[in-house]
Design a protein around this ligand. Structure first.
Ligand code: FE
Length: 229
């Protein structure tokens, strides 16, 4: 692959800043917000004065991007897999069901949980910018904010999924959900076979960030050393 169009993993290595590339008609992100400007200014100052190491900041950001955030979502999914009543509440009012676990989102943000089945695979995108369920997934991955994903997820979702290594059965249709500042989506991946009787904690280890965006599936329990109960 040439690399230009590829966006699984870490695309656009030389183009990390998507903050000012387009207008933003629905509420966040294109222009830097006052808070973002202050954060950026503080980071520059701290680095300049030698108080923080940029590499340490990167580690912190990575922690939020890959650990803290997605773990919240993974708890939600594991609970839904384990507790049919919770799963129903999640389907009926995801914002409230997520709050039950002590996870709260930003004001005005409504969460919708969309569950994958053998018939339908859900995929989340924000075609206009990078609206993303921060409270459950943490920081969005770079590719989520990149124009190729934003445009192609809608136009050719199966090709995009294939690039992420997801091959769906022919009988499974793909439904694409376009996030906005008002509505954010959490994909509930299918529970892997062979996990009967697993604890919620063990199940949560099978739930990846990408599986909750729809660009991945839950981990294969046979390959997960996370452990049975
Ligand atoms: Fe957006």
């Amino acid at each position: 692959m040439s690399g230009e169009q590829s966006h699984h993993g870490h695309p656009h290595p030389g183009h990390p800043d998507h903050a000012h590339e387009h207008d933003h008609p629905h509420g966040e992100g294109s222009e830097l917000s006052p808070i973002e400007l202050r954060v950026r200014a503080l980071e520059s100052l701290l680095v300049e004065k030698g108080y923080v190491d940029p590499a340490a900041l990167d580690v912190l950001i990575d922690t939020y991007e890959t650990k803290v955030g997605p773990r919240n979502g993974a708890r939600v999914v594991a609970r839904a897999w384990s507790d049919p009543a919770y799963r129903d509440r999640l389907a009926a009012d995801a914002t409230a069901a997520i709050a039950e676990l002590g996870i709260s989102g930003r004001q005005g943000e409504h969460m919708v949980a969309v569950e994958n089945t053998a018939a339908v695979h859900n995929l989340v995108v924000c075609t206009l910018c990078s609206c993303y369920p921060w409270s459950v997934l943490g920081l969005p991955p770079v590719w989520y904010k990149a124009p190729p994903y934003r445009s192609r997820a809608v136009a050719e979702p199966r090709a995009v999924l294939a690039e992420f290594g997801v091959a769906l059965p022919a009988g499974t249709s793909v439904r694409v959900w376009d996030s906005t500042a008002e509505m954010r989506y959490l994909v509930v991946p299918m529970r892997p076979a062979g996990t009967e009787g697993w604890s919620e904690e063990a199940l949560a280890h099978l739930v990846t960030r990408d599986s909750m965006i729809g660009t991945g599936l839950a981990r294969d329990p046979a390959g997960a050393s996370a452990g049975r109960p």
